[in-house]
Design a protein around this ligand. Structure first.
Ligand code: GLU
Ligand code: MG
Length: 466
């Protein structure tokens, strides 16, 4: 143990020297709280070896912060006492291309005596990834990042209420139109260049449906890495936007009533290096374990919404016929099903995977991947099944026809989703009492905070939070 610490310290020293030589002055160490906000402690690059061996102090109270920075409490957490240690993951240390002079590393949180902090979301995601490995399963995950870009206003009259903030889009081209790429080609090149310099493997970049909206998707891989990538991609887009005099909103509902920003989670299942989405002679190519895993995810979706759609603003986005997947059903390449099976090209051995549509970027990505892994593994343990797939938009069916097909709507409010999370035995067990309780406390506080707000006010108050 002592030798390992000494080796780590030596590696950190070498890394720190390299960072300083490359011009990095500071390392931003991030973790994401239960309200989905990326919080940070920065250290001078030459202190990295210290941080790797001894950690950096951070208060446990961040676990009960809400998205508007008010502080609530759970049975286990809250109040001014105590301290945790943040340990930067050297394996993900990245020199930031969009912020010269800065490097970044995601952090794991431990108690002062060295035990894992029971509410550390990144350690939760890692525990669930290890559970999958122990079950002989490889799960490759990746997030799509959607954002809306606007010009930074020169000056907002201080008297103007936020709800009436006028958004000034730097592009006018139509949804998915090449015009938008022409209008913003320098900006978008800088986004992809910064991501490439940071070893993020971009799959696609394209304009999305809403005004000023774009999307970047990244290659699937290890679940914790996927959550780290989600943080890095978002902060990179934000940084490059700022350097172009622009501002990026990742909020679920940028303008109430319009199509919002999703943060869909893609997942592919493998055993012994072979895709479980390519079983010969099986319906849709799904091997029995893939069916059970996806069945577990589908069954748990109402509770998972409290992790993947954590803000009252999330429920402004979750509207029928907005490609947000608000019905608890699955479908083959169906963009209105909450769980979309993507078959891919038949000759692509890695082509098949699934997409969890309702999640958005207010979600803590570590909770999202950990929750989906827990739900899927519970599906395997209980031999869960998939009902018949749905085609077409369930929102276009009458209430009776939906009932006949057994399609129910996912929670339409945060309260409903939090109630489902509270009662979900598999998620409670997987998360542990302390994390589960802290997440619920934050959800209840968010509900109470926005109880008297109308949709425009909620969208305006949360537009620039994530
Ligand atoms: N922007 C849509 C959403 O809120 C998704 C569009 C797409 O299918 O990528 O989820
Ligand atoms: Mg999209």
């Amino acid at each position: 143990m002592a030798t390992r610490a000494a080796e780590q310290c030596e590696e950190a020293r070498r890394t720190a020297a390299r960072l300083v030589a490359e011009g990095a002055r500071n390392v931003a160490m991030t973790w994401v709280d239960n309200a989905g906000i990326t919080r940070v402690k920065a250290i001078p690059a030459q202190r990295l070896a210290d941080a790797v061996t001894r950690g950096v102090g951070a208060a446990p109270v961040f676990d009960v912060f809400t998205s508007d920075d008010t502080i609530t409490a759970s049975d286990h957490l809250g109040g001014p006492d105590g301290d945790l240690r943040l340990f930067p993951d050297l394996g993900r240390l990245t020199t930031l291309a969009g912020q010269p002079g800065w490097a970044w590393a995601p952090a794991d949180r431990y108690e002062q005596l060295g035990a894992p902090h029971p509410a550390c979301q990144r350690l939760f995601a890692r525990r669930m990834a290890e559970r999958a490995t122990a079950a002989g399963l490889e799960v490759r995950m990746g997030f799509e990042t959607e954002w809306v870009v606007t010009r930074v206003p020169e000056r907002r009259p201080s008297a103007a209420p936020e709800a009436y903030e006028e958004l000034d889009y730097p592009c006018a081209g139509p949804a998915y139109g090449m015009t938008r790429i022409v209008e913003l080609s320098d900006y978008l090149r800088d986004v992809t260049e910064a991501l490439a310099l940071q070893d993020i493997d971009v799959l696609q970049l394209h304009p999305e449906y809403a005004p000023g909206q774009f999307e970047v998707s990244t290659a699937p891989g290890d679940p914790v890495r996927a959550a780290d990538d989600a943080v890095l991609v978002r902060e990179t887009v934000r940084a490059v936007s700022a350097r172009h005099g622009l501002r990026a909103s990742f909020a679920p509902s940028v303008v109430a009533g319009q199509v919002g920003n999703g943060c869909h989670l893609h997942l592919g299942l493998y055993r012994d290096g072979r895709s479980l989405h390519r079983a010969p002679d099986a319906a849709w190519g799904l091997a029995p374990d893939a069916t059970a895993f996806l069945g577990g995810v589908l069954n748990t979706l109402p509770a998972l919404l409290a992790l993947g759609c954590p803000s009252p603003a999330s429920y402004l986005r979750l509207q029928p016929s907005h490609w947000a997947g608000i019905y608890q059903c699955w479908g083959v390449e169906n963009r209105e099903a909450a769980l979309r099976l993507i078959t891919g090209a038949p000759d692509d051995p890695d082509g098949g995977h699934a997409e969890v549509k309702p999640f958005d970027a207010a979600a803590n990505p570590y909770l999202a991947v950990g929750g989906v892994l827990a739900a899927g593994l519970h599906g395997i343990d209980t031999a869960a099944r998939l009902p018949a797939p749905q085609s077409g938009d369930p929102g276009h069916l009458g209430v009776r026809e939906r009932a006949r097909r057994g399609i129910v709507r996912l929670p339409a409010t945060l309260t409903e989703a939090a109630d489902r999370l509270e009662k979900s035995a598999p998620l409670r067990e997987a998360m542990g009492e302390v994390l589960h309780g802290a997440v619920l406390a934050v959800r209840r506080a968010e509900e109470a905070h926005f109880a008297d707000h109308g949709p425009e006010e909620i969208a305006a108050a949360t537009r620039w939070r994530w």
